[in-house]
Ligand binder design. Structure first.
Ligand SMILES: *[C@@H]1O[C@H](CO)[C@@H](O)[C@H](O)[C@H]1NC(C)=O
Ligand SMILES: *[C@@H]1O[C@H](CO)[C@@H](O)[C@H](O)[C@H]1NC(C)=O
Ligand SMILES: *[C@@H]1O[C@H](CO)[C@@H](O)[C@H](O)[C@H]1NC(C)=O
Ligand SMILES: *[C@@H]1O[C@H](CO)[C@@H](O)[C@H](O)[C@H]1NC(C)=O
Ligand SMILES: *[C@@H]1O[C@H](CO)[C@@H](O)[C@H](O)[C@H]1NC(C)=O
Length: 459
């Protein structure tokens, strides 16, 4: 793997626009070696524990970044020379730093405290699955799940509820327990073949109207999307593309969605004991129900990432039909971060800003520039503290970062962040991807964020 990478990096260097003034900085290994998020798509099983439905937890990322950033990062051109980079060109083609005169750096009201607040304001709370419990609304689910007592002294409960639940609670994870939702038609005969051929599903997929601001990227596939950029999902009561679009539009980081029909078991398939066992724990292949699912993505999606064809749960076969994908990544401007100017759109990534670069990091998950902001802030703070410690008069600040989505063979991987000690123009962003062995690394949604008030790095 290692030697492959080295060869690949060499090839990528050649692929980058010559003359290359600084070494190629894109770190293929950082992307390849990063662990995938624990959840890369909606679960096939229904879970009682709402926290199992993954959502972006920016706060914990912030904590881990701050914990990881222990070394002082530096850039080879610093201080006054870095500031003078406003006229520096990345190559001989007459490029300019972004229009960033001293006039535009006049104080905004942003303070470092408001910047801190940005970190927590972008935390998206865990979205609980509305499908987790069959008989209650999601709000009551939350309050009931948070109670720790197992019984109520007021009303007698005929059975002892499970710890952490309430009287009448049926855990869908229990053996042969009823599964929630199932708003779609009951397919007869109840077979996988009949489900896959069911005309209504294909008609739904093929006649769906693309919502304004989205582009349809695939339709009527028998697989759902699976990728690191997974945000969350919910069950719908019908094949409503507009409901799924609304869910995406109101969810942080969402720029694409996948709507599909899933053949699910009516009760939790279980094969404890055997058919003659009277404990009621034998139901390996129950009758099916039909769920309409809507999953959200923080990257563009396409047919390449529709790789989840279902699976077996005991003898029950989960299959997918009518899978449509919709995307608005190309027309989405990521959120502005407090303390930063409006993000600036780039054609590619900045991989040649070596002399001004403090370092880079890769974060698997949806495209999320706020993660880079947290990293930038942590790096500046680390550098500042070290400089103070050493009695130095200056430190290297992170004045701008470049945040982009990395795709491997067109499947989303996560956000790549590069920090710079000065503001570089979009013309530095020339890296549009490269090969590593058999894998093509692509760049998507490349945006730069510059601090509204540039940090002089003076102590
Ligand atoms: C819910 O799931 C999370 C993550 O898998 C786990 O840490 C937690 O203990 C679970 N809570 C309950 C009540 O099972
Ligand atoms: C999905 O559809 C493709 C193309 O129509 C087919 O080749 C494949 O066998 C199907 N997969 C499943 C799991 O049904
Ligand atoms: C019935 O199934 C339960 C759970 O698997 C098992 O503990 C029990 O021994 C079985 N009883 C018989 C008679 O098979
Ligand atoms: C988004 O833009 C890229 C690059 O211009 C293009 O290849 C891709 O097809 C576009 N995607 C959509 C869904 O329009
Ligand atoms: C940003 O730039 C890319 C590449 O030039 C382009 O495809 C995309 O549409 C732009 N995005 C926005 C929101 O303008």
């Amino acid at each position: 793997m290692r030697s492959n990478l080295l060869v690949a990096v060499a090839i990528a260097r050649l692929a980058v626009a010559a003359p290359a003034p600084a070494p190629q900085q894109f770190d293929f290994a950082a992307v390849l070696e990063a662990p995938s998020p624990s959840v890369t798509g909606p679960p096939l099983t229904v879970v009682a524990n709402a926290t199992s439905t993954f959502s972006v937890d920016t706060a914990s990322i912030a904590a881990s970044v701050s914990a990881e950033v222990t070394t002082v990062a530096t850039a080879s051109i610093t201080g006054a020379s870095a500031s003078a980079a406003s006229t520096e060109e990345p190559s001989s083609t007459g490029l300019e730093k972004r229009g960033w005169g001293s006039t535009s750096t006049t104080a905004k009201s942003s303070s470092s405290s408001s910047q801190k607040a940005s970190t927590s304001s972008t935390v998206q709370s865990t979205v609980s699955s509305s499908s987790a419990l069959p008989t209650t609304s999601s709000t009551s689910t939350t309050s009931q799940q948070s109670s720790t007592s197992t019984t109520s002294s007021q009303t007698a409960c005929p059975t002892t509820p499970e710890a952490g639940t309430y009287c009448g609670f049926i855990n869908p994870e229990d053996p042969c327990a009823p599964q929630p939702d199932g708003y779609g038609p009951k397919v007869t005969p109840d077979t996988v073949a009949a489900f896959e051929a069911y005309p209504e599903f294909h008609a739904d997929a093929l006649s769906a109207i693309t919502p304004a601001s989205y582009v349809q990227v695939f339709r009527d596939l028998n697989a759902s999307t699976s990728a690191n950029s997974y945000i969350t999902y919910k069950d719908l009561t019908s094949y409503s593309v507009s409901d799924c679009a609304n869910f995406c539009d109101t969810t942080d980081l969402c720029t694409a969605f996948n709507i599909y029909v899933e053949r699910d078991p009516s009760i939790n398939p279980t094969a404890n004991g055997d058919a003659s066992n009277s404990t009621g724990q034998y139901c390996p292949n129950p009758s099916s129900i039909t769920n309409y699912k809507c999953s959200l993505w923080g990257s563009s999606i396409d047919a390449t990432s529709a790789t989840n064809f279902g699976d077996y749960r005991e003898s029950f076969q989960v299959v997918i039909a009518a899978s449509n994908g919709y995307d608005k990544t190309n027309t989405t401007t990521p959120a502005t971060l407090p303390g930063y100017e409006q993000p600036s759109n780039c054609t590619g990534a900045i991989s040649a800003g070596g002399s001004y670069c403090l370092g880079s990091r890769f974060f698997p998950g949806p495209y999320n520039p706020s993660v880079c902001g947290i990293y930038a802030q942590a790096q500046t703070a680390t550098n500042k503290a070290a400089a103070k410690n050493n009695g130095a008069k200056a430190y290297v600040p992170s004045n701008m970062f470049n945040a982009y989505m990395v795709k491997v063979n067109s499947v989303a991987q996560g956000t790549y962040c590069s920090l710079f000690n000065t503001v570089l123009s979009d013309s530095w962003a020339a890296f549009e991807g490269g090969w590593s062995g058999q894998n093509f690394f692509g760049v998507e949604s490349s945006w730069t964020y510059a601090l509204s008030e540039q940090d002089s790095g003076k102590l």
